[in-house]
Write a protein that binds this ligand. Structure first.
Ligand code: DGJ
Length: 719
């Protein structure tokens, strides 16, 4: 069984796939993390803490020991998993074992996104109760291990079982010690239109801290952090990774302690989080997903991809081929009318495009970005027949109809703001800070959530909408709800997320046939939390094919290709001014949810002919790209080449994608070494040449690409 309990030694071994995670309870009731790594036999690691002797001065023996839920005030000096201030005004907390349960399958986390099971045998769960005898604070550490993949989920539920209030100041969903500090940290950093570059730094004896306090996971840092062995690469070596299934502010840290041991923590950001627990109240932390791989970063990513694609994303579109779309944003920005839109739609039909998406500017009087957010009624100057009329015409052309909304926002120049000036996040007496000329609705308030739910459901119902792009274009300021009592105002950011998740749950379940795509100025909220409600995300506002190589490459560390929106846009590219060929743009966009973001009516006949071929190819390949096993082969980050491959689930075909960034004189063709093929099987390339899996893996496949920004996709069929 995935969770083994040895009562005589008080040892829990959680095993699945190729991993084990071992916990032990000391005779005095402290929960220790004894091991996380390659699979070991059940019960084979014992709770022997002699590796942690303690030293004569500075730091108690406990400090050296691998606490699973470290708390403050009694000799622990690192990042706590639970920081709780009690009614006496101190935060000394001493959590001791109080019981446990082993459950088949996995329970949902109330109000929060989380991975799930469809059959009990897929996973087993463990809940370990801990209790602080003095204050009555109870913490339940939650674990689920997936039997086949070994993906391990972690969370914590904290309850005030005492008689006086307790304030949580810090909660880590996962806090895992690792032996030694001879590791590199690998994580994803960026900014708007530069999302998710891969960063690798040796940790030595330093501290690594990634965080967001923006009220969104953010463009800057992704809620994802790994430790790896110094020699780990894409295909081999050990990786210990944590990804947070949460869309708000977060904190991810690696501490190295006095004795040179490391700890990976992931949870709420204490700068913008606090939670009051009155007696009997509880707090459920979001979920962190831990993945260990001895097969390098691509091995790690494959575990995340499968889990996030099949047991985090939900709904009918989870497993359906995603439609090829055209979005009018970069074609028209705010400047369109029904006739212009229908021009694009008629061209789209000729190219075989399946879905038209009407982006920003269709509601209120939104000719620029300084008004109308919150007023979700069509602008009849632009669309005389409203959304319903346009939708009918798009459907009559045989395309699906999609629409952009930004439900969390309110423009000061809007009827909604004039009616409810107190509905935005604000602090009395302070400036309401504008970003992109807009404010954020206070979704911690139930009546505001209800307004959003009603307004968006009304648009979807009256418009007969098939697809929604749910955008969010600013981060939080003045994030303290005036509706909450002062002692609870630090709860606003998390209460907002709970309100947002409620709104998303209600809206997506009211329209189960609608395909939802999340967006936040591109990829400013690309995280597992959003994926639970919406199976795809707009990866970046940067649509340049070369910039996209790095962005999609970094995003793929955690997220499957089925989650990434990737479109062909016009050249010179609107964000970076670069010109790349239509073929190259198509070769990059096909490795995601493919679409166009340009005025199709302005394409030449030759371009239209190629565009139609790219659409047809996408339809042929999307079964493979959406569900195949993805492996990164060459990083674009050194500016020469990029390459990756996708192997179908049944192994019968493989797609090799090779991109040349900057060309160089007198260099031979590149030989790209593929990975994970069957050594003795034969694979045929499009020219009918046959290679064994071993040759493709060890000798490589030669690709001759001349010129900057060139690309080639090679589809191999297994004989
Ligand atoms: C930001 C998005 O990322 C863009 O694709 C577009 O929808 C604009 N917002 C519209 O305001």
């Amino acid at each position: 069984m995935p969770v083994d309990y040895r009562e005589q030694d008080h040892i829990f071994t959680l095993s699945g796939g190729k991993i084990s995670y071992v916990l032990g309870v000391t005779p005095d009731g402290r929960l220790m993390n004894l091991y996380w790594g390659a699979r070991v036999p059940d019960g084979s690691v014992c709770c022997d803490l002699s590796d942690y002797p303690g030293f004569a001065s500075f730091d108690l023996p406990e400090y050296w020991q691998p606490a699973e839920v470290p708390t403050l005030g009694s000799g622990w000096y690192g990042t706590p998993a639970v920081d709780a201030v009690n009614a006496q005004g101190d935060h000394v907390t001493d959590l001791r074992y109080a019981g446990h349960r082993i459950l088949s399958g996995k329970k949902p986390l109330p109000g929060l996104p989380a991975t799930y099971t469809e059959a009990d045998g897929e996973a087993e769960s463990l809940e370990i109760d801990l209790r602080d005898p003095l204050t009555g604070l109870e913490a339940t550490a939650l674990y689920t291990v997936y039997a086949a993949s070994g993906a391990l989920t972690r969370s914590i539920r904290i309850r005030n079982g005492g008689t006086a209030p307790i304030t949580l100041r810090g909660v880590m969903s996962a806090s895992v010690p690792l032996w030694g500090s001879d590791y590199d940290a690998v994580y994803l950093k960026g900014g708007w239109a530069r999302e998710r570059s891969v960063v690798r730094v040796p940790i030595g004896r330093t501290e690594t801290c990634l965080y967001s306090q923006r009220g969104a996971s953010g463009h800057e840092s992704s809620p994802f952090l790994t430790l790896c062995a110094r020699n780990t690469d894409e295909l081999s070596g050990e990786v210990w990774a944590a990804s947070f299934v949460y869309s708000g502010s977060f904190c991810a840290k690696i501490d190295v302690n006095n004795g040179g041991n490391s700890r990976l923590s992931m949870g709420m950001n204490p700068q913008v989080f606090q939670w009051l627990l009155n007696p009997g109240e509880e707090f459920q932390a979001p979920e962190a997903v831990l993945v260990y791989s001895a097969e390098g970063f691509s091995g790690m990513s494959r575990i995340y991809h499968r889990l996030y694609r099949t047991r985090l994303a939900r709904g009918v579109w989870r497993d359906r081929p995603r439609p090829v779309l055209v979005n009018n944003w970069e074609a028209t920005y705010f400047n369109f009318n029904e006739e212009k839109i229908l021009d694009i739609v008629r061209e789209a039909k000729k190219l075989g495009i399946e879905l038209f998406v009407l982006d920003d500017g269709w509601f209120g009087r939104r000719d620029i970005d300084n008004c109308s957010l919150g007023d979700w009624t069509p602008d009849l100057r632009k669309l005389p027949n409203g959304i319903a009329g346009l939708s009918a015409k798009v459907h009559a052309e045989g395309l699906m109809f999609g629409i952009w909304v930004e439900p969390e926002m309110i423009s000061p120049d809007s009827d909604l703001y004039r009616a409810h000036p107190d509905w935005c996040l604000h602090v009395d007496g302070r400036t309401r800070t504008l970003e992109r000329n807009q404010l954020i609705l206070d979704l911690s308030r139930k009546e505001v959530q209800d307004y959003v739910i009603d307004a968006i459901c009304n648009v979807l119902r009256t418009g007969n909408v098939d697809y929604v792009k749910w955008d969010m274009n600013r981060n939080m300021t003045e994030y303290f709800s005036m509706e909450l009592p002062p002692e609870r105002r630090m709860e606003t950011q998390h209460r907002y997320m709970l309100g947002l998740y409620r709104a998303m749950e209600e809206i997506t379940s009211a329209f189960p046939q609608v395909l939802f795509e999340s967006c936040s100025g591109g990829g400013g909220r690309f995280d597992g939390g959003m994926l639970y409600y919406m199976p795809q995300t707009w990866t970046s506002d940067n649509t340049d094919a070369i910039a996209r190589l790095s962005i999609q490459y970094g995003t793929s560390f955690v997220h499957p290709l089925s989650a990434m929106g990737a479109h062909i846009s016009a050249v010179p590219n609107h964000q970076v001014g670069r010109t790349t060929s239509l073929q190259m743009r198509g070769d990059v966009a096909v490795c995601g949810n493919f679409g166009f973001e340009l005025d199709l009516a302005k394409m030449t006949d030759e371009e239209k002919e190629l565009a139609a071929k790219l659409v047809a190819r996408t339809k042929e390949l999307r079964g493979l790209t959406q569900t195949g096993e993805f492996t990164r082969l060459i990083s674009p980050q050194d500016g020469k080449y990029a390459a990756w491959q996708i192997v179908s689930e049944d192994g019968s075909e493989a797609l090799l994608c090779v991109y040349r960034i900057l060309s160089c004189a007198a260099t031979p063709p590149i030989r790209v070494k593929m990975a994970g093929l069957e050594a003795d099987a034969e694979y045929t390339d499009p020219e009918g040449r046959t290679f064994s899996g071993a040759v493709l893996e060890h000798r490589g496949y030669s690709v001759w690409l001349r010129g900057d920004f060139t690309s080639r996709l090679i589809r191999f069929k297994k004989k």
